[in-house]
Each structure stands twice: as C-alpha cells, then as structure tokens.
Design a protein around this ligand. Structure first.
Ligand code: NDP
Length: 284
C-alpha cells in the first residue's frame, strides 16, 4: 500500500481563505479581529513562530500586535502586559509564546490571560470546558488535526484512536476531541509498555512526542490514518516528524508529511479561534 498524503498546506490555505472572507464580513460591522502575540526572550525558533503567526494574521486582514520583551523581564511586568491586553477592546486573542524563561511561572501567566481571549485554549477553564464537552477555544494543533480528519472523511465514531504523547498542549486535548467525536481513545506516554501493541490497534494514530522516527512501519495497522504532529530538526538541518514516513507510507492508508502537514494547520486554526473570539465580542 502507498498512503495518500494529507496535504496540510493546501487545507490550511483553504481555511485561511475562509477566515479572510469572514474577517471581511465582520469588518462591515465595524470589528477587525485583533491578535496580540507576546514573546519573552530571544529563542530563535520562537521568533520564527511569532513572525509566522503575525504574518498569517495580517494576510487574513486581521490586526496583529507583537509585544517583544527582554529575556529577564520580571514576571510582574509580563502579567501587567497581559492585564492591559485583557482590557483592550481592539484585541480579541492573546497568545504568549512558549516556552517562557525559567524565572517565570508559565501556569500563572496562562491563567492571567482572560479565558475569553485565550486563543491557544490552554487556560484551565478552557481545558475544563473542553473536557466537559462545551469547548470555547480548542487548542490549535489538535483542532487542526480534527479539521484534517474531517476533510479526509475519516470515520471517527466507533474508531480505535491512539494518541502517543500526553502533553497539555497536544496529546490530552487531542484525546478529548477524538473522544467527543465518538472514537475509542487510548493515550500513551513515555511509560507505556509495548507501545507497538497499542499503536497497531489504531485506525487513527496521532503521534506527538518530539522523538524522531519513534513510530516504525511495523507499529502501524495496515490501512490506518497516521497523523504526525512531531517537528524535529535533525543535525543535518532537515525537519522531520516522529514517524518513519517512508516505512509508514507503505502500510497506512493516509499520512501527514512533515513539514507541510499539521504545522500549517496549527496557524490556520489560531486564525479561526481569533476570528471566532471577535465574532463573539459582537454578540456580548
Ligand atoms: P512534550 O515534550 O510536552 O510531550 C511529549 C509527550 O510525549 C509526553 O507526554 C511524553 O510522555 C510522550 N513521550 C515521550 N517519549 C515517548 C515514548 N518513547 N513513548 C510514548 N510517549 C512518549 O511535547 P509536545 O506535546 O509539546 O510536542 C510534541 C511534538 O509535537 C514536538 O515534536 C513538538 O515540536 C511538536 N509540536 C508540533 C506542533 C505543530 O504545530 N505541528 C505544535 C506543538 C508541538 P510523558 O508524559 O510520560 O513524559
């Protein structure tokens, strides 16, 4: 079998075009969606992510505001910046780029973002809403994965879904969204015994560990849909996922590439979340 490639770049282009249309419609009501991205320090990867997010925002006709703070910014100063953004009516979405420098309490920072502007969906109240089946903001990466599965008409009701990785950002919300769609979900972590025995049961396998090549072809059920969330930079400079793509593509029915798979969808869904926050602001 040679797997169908799920083209995240093409799908994200479609989502972004739809967002741009809805932004245009919203502007007729006098509202331009605004996203503030706060960056602390000079982590080069974070700088690239922030630039990409701001550019995507502007391309969709949204307002983008990037606030760059020095590496040794005191926690209190960062919290004050967030409070000011919470109160700013031009800003509908606030995102603090992670990771933060070690002297700052990441949990406290996320809890300071107003839950109604938390477009990353990381605030405990948004995590709780997702868990109880009333999501306000779905975290962008798992939300993008769901959009990909939907666009590929992958049946989820009654399907065996296995999520490898259990972070608050990807694995756990991913599992909640799959569960809400009717899948039977298994979550694996670094302590899972015989990982292959779990992954081989999966009709839908989502991998988010940050361990390049950890999923080999013989760990995949023939005909499965494989979603590779991992982004790893090899010593050669090449970007790769967590799945051995060539081997997996011989076994799976469909697979996402890295790059060009889940990554572009994450940014597209950030725009969706910001747009929806702005649309909600009209109704309140
Ligand atoms: P974390 O490091 O926070 O979490 C990794 C998870 O993988 C943990 O739950 C860990 O288990 C689990 N894990 C590690 N090793 C194994 C193993 N051998 N077997 C099974 N589980 C294992 O990472 P993130 O969730 O933040 O990110 C995961 C990957 O996804 C990274 O490569 C990251 O770059 C990428 N990513 C991509 C995005 C995109 O837009 N495409 C967005 C966000 C992340 P335990 O809980 O036991 O430690």
């Amino acid at each position: 079998m040679t797997a169908r490639i799920i083209d995240g770049k093409a799908l994200s282009g479609k989502v972004r075009a739809e967002v741009a249309q809805r932004v245009h419609a919203l502007q007729k009501h006098g509202v331009t969606p605004g996203l503030a991205v706060v960056l602390v320090g000079e982590n080069p990867a974070s700088q690239v992510y922030v630039r990409n997010k701001a550019a995507a925002c502007e391309a969709a006709g949204m307002l983008s505001r990037v606030i760059s703070l020095g590496e040794d910014t005191p926690e209190e100063e960062l919290l004050n910046v967030i409070e000011a953004l919470n109160a700013d009516p031009a800003i509908h979405g606030i995102l603090v780029q992670l990771p933060l420098p070690g002297h700052i309490d990441t949990g406290l920072v996320i809890e300071t973002i107003s839950a109604t502007k938390d477009v990353d969906g990381f605030h405990v109240s948004n995590a709780g809403l997702l868990m109880t089946g009333r999501p306000l903001f779905r975290p962008c990466t798992p939300y993008g994965v769901m959009k990909m599965l939907e666009s590929e008409n992958v049946p989820l009701r009654g399907a065996e879904a296995v999520v490898v990785g259990a972070s608050n950002i990807v694995g756990k919300p991913m599992a909640m969204l799959l569960l809400a769609a009717g899948a039977t979900v298994t979550i694996c972590n670094s302590k899972t015994r015989d990982l292959g025995a779990q992954t081989r049961r999966a009709d839908v396998l989502v991998v988010a560990t940050g361990k390049p090549g950890m999923i080999q072809g013989d760990m995949i059920k023939p005909g499965a849909v494989v979603i590779d969330v991992g982004i790893n930079r090899l010593e050669s400079g090449k970007l790769t996922g967590d799945v051995d793509f060539d081997a997996a593509a011989q076994v799976a029915a469909a697979i996402t590439p890295v790059p060009g798979g889940v990554g572009p969808m994450t940014i597209a869904m950030l725009l969706v979340n910001t747009l929806e926050a702005a649309e909600r602001s009209l109704r309140t």
